[in-house]
Design a protein around this ligand. Structure first.
Ligand code: NCD
Length: 332
């Protein structure tokens, strides 16, 4: 995989995705083998929006590779409060670290910030835009539960503001999928995303619906999302759609026994807790898959940028690879 940064899932080919998922599976099977792989490497965490899973799983991933993190902390306690620009912030922190993870409320922020840095920058969510590292762990979970080809997936909830949805939909066009988008009319996928999906995937079928019921029985995967309250310009508009599209065990009576229910989390009230203990539920497994998948991503990006042992000189990359028995060859 040869990318300077990871900004959107649009940049990922099927081969890129397979490289990450294969590496994640290797790491999942034998995490001890990579325990010192990036000793001394430092990952900079820049989260301008709340996060639990994404931030903590990146931190866990870096530490499980032998490295560590430096965390900008909350916006309130950083120099952003004094009016520092994002461009200046990332330029400063890249000087301390080997890679950066950025979450920001503005769509396009990660793409802009990446133009100012040489270390790899991974987009951990830019407003209602993209969330490609979430997509890779979603794909890993789909692969484990349902397989990625000949897949029928329903993606339901806030398709307008849900960045995990945008990233997942683009990535799935690399595979043979039927994608059903289920939402209230006011929260449909942005038209430009629908247009792009039609352009990108010859093997992808796209359908939009306002109800789950007509498609439920055909689904291999149902990917449920939270209504993104914080992105609504108007609380009244949020209230009009809040609480729509909830599922419980009764809803799923019409589903296939093989159905896999996913959710990027956090959930509010979209999935009744009674589903948690059924065979449908894969959302906690999905959250746990964040660690091997983000370990794989960090490993690939740090190696491709010559920081195999966490030194900014990259001098020891080949040694680290050789020590792990793979001869130091580059991944495609
Ligand atoms: C998602 C996000 O931040 O976009 N959370 C996550 O990273 N797992 C989904 C959400 O907030 O609804």
């Amino acid at each position: 995989m040869r990318h300077d940064h990871l900004i959107t899932s649009k940049q990922l080919s099927r081969a890129d995705i397979e490289t990450v998922l294969d590496r994640a599976a290797e790491i999942d099977a034998d995490p001890e083998a990579v325990a010192d792989r990036h000793a001394n490497a430092l990952l900079g965490l820049l989260f301008f929006e709340p996060s639990t899973r994404t931030k903590m799983s990146f931190e866990t991933a870096m530490k499980r590779l032998g490295g560590d993190v430096v965390d900008m902390g909350s916006v309130e306690s950083s120099s952003v409060k004094k009016g520092e620009t994002l461009a200046d912030t990332v330029r400063v922190i890249e000087g301390y670290t080997d890679a950066l993870v950025l979450r920001h409320p503005k769509q396009g922020a990660a793409a802009m910030a990446s133009e100012f840095v040489d270390v790899p920058l991974l987009n951990a969510g830019d407003g209602a835009g993209h969330h490609p590292t979430q997509t890779l762990l979603d794909l890993y979970t789909i692969q484990e539960n349902a397989g990625l080809d000949d897949l029928t997936i329903g993606i339901m909830g806030d398709l307008k503001y849900g960045r995990t949805v945008h990233s997942l939909a683009y990535a799935l066009t690399n595979f043979d999928t039927r994608q059903h988008f289920i939402s209230p009319e006011s929260l449909q996928l942005p038209r430009e995303v629908v247009y792009d999906l039609h352009q990108q995937g010859e093997d992808t079928q796209i359908r939009e619906h306002d109800a789950l019921e007509p498609v439920l029985s055909s689904l291999d995967v149902l990917y449920v999302t939270r209504i993104q309250r914080e992105r609504f310009p108007d609380e009244e508009e949020y209230q009009k759609v809040a609480g729509e599209y909830q599922i419980d065990t009764e809803t799923l009576e019409a589903a296939s026994d093989e159905l896999t229910v996913m959710h990027p989390l956090p959930r509010v009230d979209e999935i009744a807790p009674e589903i948690d203990d059924t065979d449908y539920a894969a959302y906690f497994e999905q959250a746990h898959n964040a660690v091997p998948v983000r370990m794989a991503l960090l490993d690939l990006f740090l190696r491709d940028h010559g920081t195999g042992t966490g030194t900014r000189t990259g001098a020891a990359t080949a040694t680290a690879d050789a020590a792990n028995g793979d001869g130091g060859e580059a991944d495609e």
